[in-house]
Design a protein around this ligand. Structure first.
Ligand code: SF4
Length: 345
């Protein structure tokens, strides 16, 4: 039987675990704050626990760690990309970005991804496995220790589809938000999904006010499905219905990610259809000029076309921004670093 991953447990689970091995529940709190407030990993440093308990834990449970393979520092802005090695030798990547409102970490939630979006490097070998809660937490804790600063925002927008790893993602959110741990406000967390409709409803019912961000990329089902095979399963109309439910339940504004691809989704009819489908939502569109990858031979529109697209949407009173590109000199696309690293090794 696999050993329990101690740093994947939430506070209540750690309390229960301690009681189950004949200890007092408060020991669970001590362990939780060691992992999630002090960002410790080595149980020998958990000196508040009696030696015997530490030894028993070392024998019976495991503490998951990640190792830095390589850090890439952008020369054009302060973006840093991290390639991490997991305990089973899988590789994931995370990104640290500097904004005026603070430091943001973009984390991965799976090794690879099974969603098959044509413009995305993360999915080219499919999904290898889900990350555990501690593997998500460790990306953040490692980066904070590495740079000696605290981060203020988290985006679940790296490799993987977070709603395809639902239970672990929920556990991660619960742990990172816990006031006895890292205490990150739900409002500072954004979860990006390609639109797994039933899970959008589940997420709304969790009653946690994180920002929901939908990778939309086209308002037309046929065009979207060409880019995103998930469109075969979930139609745009149903995604928007789910989003409206999310907005009503959580009172949070929605975000739609829209990668602009020349001649594919940057036409006037796209603007008109976006206006139609987003009517009645409190939403915001992030326009992302395509970051070309070698497996997807399409181009980004010219800057003037991007600005024209933005203006047309603004005219319809749709809130829209062009996402500022970060770390363009260090493989900007999600999953590209990992793929480059694997092919070079
Ligand atoms: S864009 Fe997101 S959902 Fe689509 S394949 Fe890439 S990681 Fe998966």
């Amino acid at each position: 039987m696999d050993k329990i991953e101690l740093n994947s447990l939430g506070l209540d689970e750690l309390r229960s675990y301690m009681v189950s091995i004949g200890e007092k529940a408060f020991r669970g709190e001590q362990v939780f704050s060691f992992f999630n407030s002090r960002m410790g990993l080595n149980l020998d440093e958990l000196q508040v626990l009696p030696l015997k308990l530490r030894e028993d834990l070392k024998e019976n449970v495991k503490v998951n760690e990640i190792r830095l393979l390589k850090r890439f520092d952008s020369k054009v802005d302060h973006t840093k990309k991290f390639l991490f090695l997991l305990e089973d030798n899988n590789i994931i990547e995370s990104v640290l970005m500097e904004y005026s409102h603070g430091l943001t970490v973009c984390i991965s939630t799976q090794v690879g991804c099974s969603m098959g979006c044509s413009f995305c490097a993360s999915t080219k070998e499919g999904r290898i496995r889900n990350l555990t809660p501690s593997e998500m937490l460790n990306q953040i804790y490692f980066i904070e220790k590495n740079i000696g600063k605290s981060i203020s925002n988290i985006v679940l927008m790296g490799s993987g589809e977070p709603l395809d790893n639902y239970d672990h993602t929920m556990k991660f959110l619960n742990i990172i938000h816990d006031t006895k741990g890292h205490n990150i406000s739900y409002r500072n967390i954004t979860l990006s999904t390609c639109g797994i409709v039933p899970r959008i409803y589940d997420l709304a019912k969790e009653n946690i006010p994180i920002t929901l961000s939908i990778s939309l990329h086209s308002p037309f089902d046929d065009v979207r499905t060409e880019m995103m095979p998930i469109g075969k399963k979930y139609k745009i109309k149903d995604i928007i219905e789910g989003c409206k439910f999310y907005e009503k339940t959580t009172n949070r504004r929605l975000t739609f990610e829209y990668t602009l691809i020349e001649g594919v989704n940057d036409r006037k009819e796209d603007v008109d259809e976006l206006r139609r489908i987003l009517k009645g939502t409190n939403s915001h569109i992030n326009l992302i000029p395509l970051n070309p990858i070698k497996e997807y031979k399409k181009d980004r529109p010219s800057l003037s076309s991007i600005e024209r697209f933005q203006k047309q949407l603004t005219k319809y009173n749709i809130q829209v921004t062009i996402r500022k590109e970060k770390g363009m000199d260090i493989s900007a696309s999600c999953g590209q670093l990992r793929r480059d690293y694997l092919s070079n090794e």
